[in-house]
Design a binder for this molecule. Structure first.
Ligand SMILES: Cc1ncc(COP(=O)(O)O)c(C=O)c1O
Length: 381
């Protein structure tokens, strides 16, 4: 099956008792048993499994080409489940540009538990390889990254991690499986903030893991079941419903994102545009190779003035774009990473990686592109 068909039918079947085309929201905590320990249809207690969540998890596995999908109560809960595979003294090599909450979890929770983190731009493969030692257990990549839209060559990293038997996880939130499928490129685990494009309508907080190997998938299901950060049936339904239009939405997000990025690149008030679909993006060639011909709806930029006040005024004056955290919904959102999504990264570290105070991040929605560009123009003026 091709992606557009999988988005709608992958891992799905109609409900057996009524023929309902969409799975009902099985709003139940527990399931009756025939005899102690003898289950009616495999379901026991909804922390372990719930039929609505199962339908979503099967869809997730299908669209990312993994053996197993798991749905979590947030993206960070999904990341946390991966971290639970590690032990003290294990080492993690992570991309230097990451969602602020991921950085916060790594440095303020797991570092204190004895896990060592190295943050590096993995476009420098020599530097990346020089950090690998016998304690290296996990490589964690976002591509494109949040908020600087760096692109990392997934297949090149996978070749190295495979040879050294290191787990390789990719946060695929920005690209979505419509544009990029990390498991096909050699990754072991794909993570999503399903709050974003998978849900797609800014109405749910959810996370996902898709695991390439069935045995590792069972282990991760055990970790999830034993610690409890599962997604409820209503939210599972919403994410499943979102996935059914993922391909259509991401096509339009990408068309609009490209138009907005090209407009910004020519604007006299703009210093730098971060968008992998622009030919002058440092890794445009890698993006072209590993993404499917489009580059998504996330665009960041800085001001020629370099002034934080200009970025703030611009954000206050937008009318169609909403100033808000989050991304990936049908409506356009705008964000100031240093004050909002990435405020949890200490200022010196933010400055070091390039999250400046005049950086604005746009989540370009699926409205009419002309209206979005007109809105940006009036905010500039
Ligand atoms: C790239 C990325 N990964 C992970 C997360 C965390 O996801 P959640 O907010 O669903 O916990 C986010 C949230 O913004 C994100 O942008």
């Amino acid at each position: 099956m091709k992606f557009n068909t999988k988005a709608i039918h992958g891992g799905q079947h109609h409900e057996e008792h009524t023929g309902a085309v969409m799975p009902p929201v099985f709003q139940t905590s527990t399931f009756a048993q025939k005899s102690p320990g003898v289950l009616i249809n495999g379901y026991e207690y909804s922390r372990g499994a719930n039929p609505t969540r199962t339908a979503l998890e099967n869809a997730l596995a299908s669209i990312e080409n993994g053996a197993r999908g798991l749905a979590f109560s947030s993206g960070l809960a999904a990341t946390d489940c991966v971290m639970k595979l590690l032990k003290p003294n294990d080492e993690v090599i992570a991309m230097d540009d990451l969602y602020g909450g991921t950085y916060r979890m790594f440095t303020r929770i797991y570092q204190d538990m004895g896990i060592k983190f190295h943050f590096v731009d993995m476009n420098d493969l020599d530097k990346f390889q020089s950090l690998i030692n016998e304690n290296t257990k996990l490589v964690w990549v976002e591509t494109p990254t949040n908020p600087l839209m760096k692109v990392v060559d997934i297949a090149a990293i996978a070749k190295i991690t495979k040879a050294k038997n290191i787990l390789f996880a990719v946060d695929n939130t920005f690209a979505t499986p419509y544009l990029q499928r990390p498991i096909d490129l050699g990754a072991d685990i794909v993570m999503h903030s399903a709050t974003k494009y998978l849900g797609g309508h800014s109405d749910v907080i959810a996370g996902a893991l898709i695991i390439k190997d069935a045995e590792l998938g069972d282990k991760m299901h055990f970790l999830q079941f034993a610690t409890g950060a599962t997604l409820g049936p209503q939210d599972s339904y919403l994410v499943l419903r979102g996935i059914k239009t993922l391909h259509l939405r991401v096509q339009r997000h990408s068309e609009n994102g490209q138009k907005v990025a090209e407009y910004l690149a020519k604007h006299p008030k703009v210093a730098k545009v971060y968008y992998p679909g622009l030919e002058n993006h440092p890794n445009h060639d890698i993006a072209k190779k590993q993404m499917s011909g489009q580059f998504g709806g996330m665009v960041s930029f800085t001001f020629k003035s370099g002034a934080k006040a200009d970025a703030i005024k611009f954000l206050e004056d937008l009318k169609v774009f909403t100033l808000a955290e989050s991304l990936g919904g049908v409506e356009s959102l705008a964000n100031h990473p240093a004050l909002m999504t990435h405020a949890s990264i200490p200022e010196p570290k933010r400055k070091e990686i390039g999250i400046t105070d005049d950086l604005v991040r746009l989540s370009v929605g699926i409205e009419d592109a002309d209206d979005l560009i007109n809105d940006i123009e009036q905010a500039f003026s």
